[in-house]
Design a binder for this molecule. Structure first.
Ligand SMILES: [Zn+2]
Length: 229
């Protein structure tokens, strides 16, 4: 019998690679995509394409609107920064940080895991090119895993021992792209841009586009996505 896992699938490059790794590790997957009030629908459409391509058992799209909370450029609170240098990106927490996002998303994944009887959660956080987000660090993942086992009926009763897998956490962006490519993942299905054009073209200038483009260049591979510039 194959093991069952819940994977957080945003539609971006990292979560798609994480899902491909989980599948290659022999897990049967339930994918969870959260519509949290992102500026655009490109991510959700990408998540649907990736889920289909990876043959997930079930794809749950859940709407939890964080835009009422605000506090992030990704929730239409201020403009997405463009053309920042690598040095800018390495310092400080950018305004594209969504307050407590990964805690909220993992909590939803945990609830779904408990309901579906999955002890394993997969999340595509990455501490190397993490753009300064505190909830992408190994300490955060370890703390959440502890919480998962304290906070649930299945954890307390011992029917499930939750494990939070973050297989990308120590990989560079180039390393992530190489790994996904080895697993046959089509990165043309994914979406990374924080501020795409109305037609859905990636801007090529936001932090996420720049990190992605540098990752492909460093991996010696071609990004299959078209860019506005
Ligand atoms: Zn962009």
């Amino acid at each position: 019998m194959s093991r069952h896992a819940v994977v957080l699938l945003s539609g971006g490059l990292d979560s798609a690679t994480t899902a491909a790794i989980a599948r290659a590790d022999g897990f049967e997957l339930t994918a969870l995509t959260v519509e949290y009030g992102q500026r655009h629908q490109c991510e959700v459409a990408a998540a649907k394409r990736v889920a289909k391509a990876l043959g997930v058992r079930r794809h749950v799209v859940e709407r939890v609107d964080l835009s009422a909370m605000g506090g992030s450029a990704l929730l239409s609170d201020g403009d997405v920064p463009k053309g920042r240098t690598a040095d800018d990106m390495e310092h400080g927490i950018p305004i594209t940080y969504v307050p407590a996002r990964n805690t909220v998303l993992l909590a939803l994944a945990l609830g779904l895991a408990e309901v579906t009887g999955a002890a394993d959660l997969f999340v595509g956080v990455n501490a190397v090119d993490y753009s300064g987000y505190p909830d992408c660090r190994p300490e955060f993942i370890a703390a959440f895993e502890r919480l998962a086992n304290l906070a649930t009926k299945a954890g307390v009763e011992g029917t499930l021992k939750f494990k939070v897998h973050a297989p990308l956490i120590h990989l560079t962006k180039a390393g992530i792209i190489r790994r996904g490519t080895e697993l046959g993942l089509d990165y043309g299905l994914t979406h990374s841009c924080y501020d795409p054009t109305p037609a859905g073209l990636s801007c090529g200038q936001c932090d996420s586009c720049q990190i992605r483009q540098r990752g492909f260049a460093d991996a010696g591979l071609v990004d299959p996505l078209p860019y506005a510039r």
